[in-house]
Design a protein around this ligand. Structure first.
Ligand code: TPP
Length: 329
């Protein structure tokens, strides 16, 4: 749909933001298990880096509310909110992050490499890596003659990577149904956007590739929903790609264990005071949604995540021999 968000999409967006936030809330203690007294990233049930998306949920739900399982989404090293909003299987996603055999990729990928062919979702730890494959998926849709779209999520840091410009150029030349979604959380690791980006608004870069560019202010699920709906409908009509730049915030560090010394004093407190999820709940209540309905959908969302983590923790690790399968080099 386009235009103002409808009630069922709004309830879904609220529930899905809660699901995503609760997923991260359960990741946090699990990540530090086994990593103390001396922090060792390789230890514990969740080894390796961990990038949380707390604060960025409106970007994922506002876009994915318009998507179908047959549409493609590529996401980044910070993928949980997008994967959940695209409908990636929660049990298999949690099991993948815990490195279990019943995970999406048998435990081989971990949290930055979630892949679910059932809903055409993939992500990668390589910055801007998802843009080319998204253009490819959009080209495939155009050649098939159906109205499926492909959405590539990226950070504002990734918009300075060569692959971003190559992908936008080809998408425009081929006029494919691709939507590029920049989640602008103001930092690439510790580097602030204003220190490394020549333009104030990444949406303005769309003009260089003859496609519409939209800036969405306020980290607001309804605003994202409206603008994304227009871009996605345009792509489904065969009118080509669009670029969306969404103002958002990262409430946690770049990765777990980040000392965040690059943040101005008081920034995290300020950001938490405008946390988009309680703000959205307040708006829904003001618009006439019943608190009991919101509570019930939130409780159901949390219960689904609790069940996924219980499934993941109880699941078996892969047979060590499995390490030699699906290896191509
Ligand atoms: C090609 C490549 N270069 C560098 C890195 C290291 N790296 C990991 S995350 C990151 C910053 C990404 O910033 P941004 O795109 O804004 O996404 P955010 O982390 O803010 O979500 C970098 C440089 C990488 N993973 N891939």
């Amino acid at each position: 749909m386009t235009g103002a968000s409808n009630a069922s999409d709004r309830l879904w967006m609220y529930a899905t933001m809660i699901k995503s936030r609760h997923f991260e809330a359960l990741i946090k203690p699990a990540y530090f298990e086994g990593k103390s007294p001396v922090f060792n990233m390789a230890k514990g049930p969740l080894p390796g880096e961990m990038h949380l998306s707390d604060g960025q949920e409106p970007c994922a739900v506002g876009v994915c509310a318009h998507l179908r399982p047959g549409d493609t989404v590529t996401a980044t090293h910070r993928p949980h909110h997008v994967a959940i909003a695209k409908g990636v299987d929660l049990d298999a996603m949690a099991a993948e992050i815990f490195g279990k055999a019943s995970g999406l990729s048998g435990g081989r990928g971990g949290h930055m490499h979630l892949f679910d062919a059932r809903v055409n979702f993939a992500c990668s730890g390589i910055i801007a890596q998802g843009l080319g494959p998204a253009v490819g998926a959009a080209l495939a849709s155009k050649l098939r003659g159906d109205d499926a779209v492909a959405v590539a999520f990226l950070g504002e840091g990734a918009a300075n990577q060569g692959a971003f410009h190559e992908a936008l150029n080809l998408a425009s030349v081929w006029k494919v149904p691709a939507i590029f979604v920049i989640e602008d959380n103001a930092y690439g690791i510790s580097v602030s956007k204003r220190d490394c980006t020549a333009v104030e608004r990444n949406a303005d870069r769309a003009a260089a590739y003859a496609m519409p560019g939209h800036f969405v202010a306020g980290n607001d699920a309804d605003a994202v929903h409206t603008i994304a709906g227009e871009a996605i409908a345009r792509a489904r009509r065969g009118e080509g790609p669009s670029l969306l730049e969404i103002e958002t915030c990262r409430l946690e560090g770049h990765f777990m264990g980040d000392a965040e010394g690059y943040r101005p004093e008081g920034e995290v407190e300020r950001l938490k005071a405008s946390d988009p999820i309680p703000a959205y709940r307040a708006r829904l209540l003001a618009d006439g949604f019943e608190a009991a309905d919101l509570d019930r959908t939130a409780a159901e969302a949390r219960a689904a995540v609790d069940a996924a983590f219980a499934f993941a923790r109880a699941a078996a690790y892969p047979d060590p021999e499995e390490a030699f399968t699906h290896v191509f080099a």
